[in-house]
Design a protein around this ligand. Structure first.
Ligand SMILES: *Cc1c(COP(=O)(O)O)cnc(C)c1O
Length: 462
């Protein structure tokens, strides 16, 4: 039989009994000459994705891995709606504005405010930090002062996006190193770095490393004192990517938001504790005047004047609608219940992990923290946190990352488990038992010591 015949026959058989791709590799470097049946394409992709981790076992990520079926339906039904087409989809635009007003209210904005829907906190931070830069430039221009050397002050405990902003937008990063035994920053750390070229200070509410907050009240007090004594008005931006939907519900009396005078802007990730699937973040300003006019683009597009303040243009509406779904579905009481549930399960997991006897928790008991357990090995072992992480993944598929902290705490190895809504009490117990098993296995076989682990990129699972 000729080669062509054989191919034809295989094709025919495949059509009846399976898929052609079962006998071939997946197209991976050019568009295939001919397509395949839709059901085959779907199966091909489904088969490949089996190799990915299961999102609900991903205790590394802060990002939402489960939403209610009704929310999933809203999302599926609105994938065809381009968010930027405000003239065509005015009600979607109105729903965005409702979300911004609700978040500004949650963060205790004093009056009318403004903000933006973004792709995530990264875009929100770029826009917020650009506003700081523009505002600083305006103040300097008015005073007839030099504009050439803006700087931004933040701690080593921030997310990488802050350094990215500085590099992309030409601002000197003044990064305050962590201390060997202190993993957040306070006013005494900030003060030596602030000068007349400081466009702002960024503080974190819920760091990705340990889940704690910088001393935002202390930093605000410092900035107020500088304003009072030296006439330097340095604004404070709070990176509440994770903490913005946790603190208002778990620690309502703790002040970190617009209740503090120097806090001019805040970002929060809707797709973290806002409980929406990936693709949504928010930026809110204290007052309208905190957004420099120059950064807003007015354009006549498709017949209507539209004001935009974004880095992207076209994007989906689905996650905005999903955010609004959560707001109306849960309300304040619902979010509080969910956060308290996660906190209770966090405490249960922390207790189980300390009971094992091999680990110590990071941070003081009772400290305000995201719902996560950050822990490290205590005492002498033939294995380390990286080994425990690999063993847990190998035995059960749990994704619990191990990583080292930023300088000057980079000798500190940590493991961290997020306790989200899908990690109920029964799974908490199972996870703790699995950690015990992993340690017992490692006790017998030892760790994998030869690698310089600091060079191993594990990521902390942002
Ligand atoms: C996750 C995170 C970011 C980045 O947010 P995205 O929504 O992933 O873009 C920034 N800062 C902190 C503190 C974070 O936790």
């Amino acid at each position: 039989m000729s080669h062509e015949h054989l191919a034809q026959e295989l094709d025919d058989l495949a059509k009846s009994y399976g898929n052609r791709f079962l006998l071939e590799g997946a197209p991976d470097d050019h568009l295939p000459e001919h397509g395949m049946r839709s059901v085959d394409a779907m199966r091909l992709i489904g088969e490949e994705l089996v190799l990915d981790g299961i999102p609900m076992r991903n205790l590394a990520t802060f990002v939402t891995t489960w939403m209610e079926p009704e929310a999933a339906r809203i999302i599926a039904e609105n994938l065809h709606r381009n968010f930027i087409d405000h003239a065509e989809y005015p009600q979607t635009a109105e729903i965005e504005q409702r979300c911004i007003r609700m978040i500004a209210d949650l963060f205790n904005a004093p009056g009318e405010t403004t903000g933006a829907r973004t792709q995530g906190s990264s875009e929100a931070i770029m826009l917020g930090a650009l506003s700081l830069k523009w505002k600083w430039r305006g103040r300097r221009e008015q005073a007839g002062k030099d504009l050439s050397r803006p700087n931004l002050v933040f701690g080593g405990d921030v997310h990488v996006v802050w350094e990215k902003f500085c590099r992309y937008f030409d601002v000197e990063p003044r990064i305050i190193p962590l201390q060997p035994d202190k993993y957040t920053i306070g006013p005494e750390d900030v003060e030596p770095h602030v000068d007349e070229n400081t466009i702002g200070v960024a503080a974190v509410l819920g760091t990705t490393f340990t889940g704690h907050a910088d001393d935002i009240v202390g930093i605000n007090d410092l900035l107020l004192r500088l304003k009072d004594e030296q006439g330097m008005d340095v604004p404070l931006h709070v990176d509440a990517a994770s903490g913005g939907f946790v603190w208002p519900f778990l620690y309502p009396h703790s002040e970190w938001d617009f209740r503090l005078e120097q806090v001019r802007s805040i970002n929060v990730s809707g797709h973290k504790f806002g409980l929406v699937y990936p693709g949504i973040g928010w930026l809110v300003f204290r007052e309208r005047s905190d957004l420099p006019e120059d950064l807003v683009f007015y354009e006549n597009y498709l017949g209507k004047t539209d004001a935009t303040f974004t880095l992207n243009f076209s994007t989906g509406s689905a996650m905005v609608l999903a955010q609004y779904y959560n707001f109306v579905r849960f309300g304040h009481g619902g979010y509080r219940y969910i956060m308290e549930t996660m906190q209770a399960n966090t405490r249960a997991l922390a207790e189980r992990i300390t009971d094992i006897g091999e680990f110590r928790l990071i941070g003081d008991e009772g400290a305000e923290q995201l719902p996560l357990v950050a822990f490290q090995l205590e005492g002498e072992h033939d294995y380390d946190e990286f080994d425990v992480a690999s063993q847990l993944a190998a035995e059960r598929g749990w994704m619990v990352p191990a990583y080292t902290l930023p300088p000057n705490a980079d000798h500190v190895k940590i493991m961290r488990a997020l306790v989200k809504l899908t990690l109920g009490r029964s799974l908490v117990t199972t996870l703790a038992d699995d950690i015990v098993d992993a340690c017992q296995t490692l006790e017998k076989k030892g760790g994998l010591h030869p690698i310089d682990r600091r060079r191993v990129k594990t990521g902390t699972g942002y």
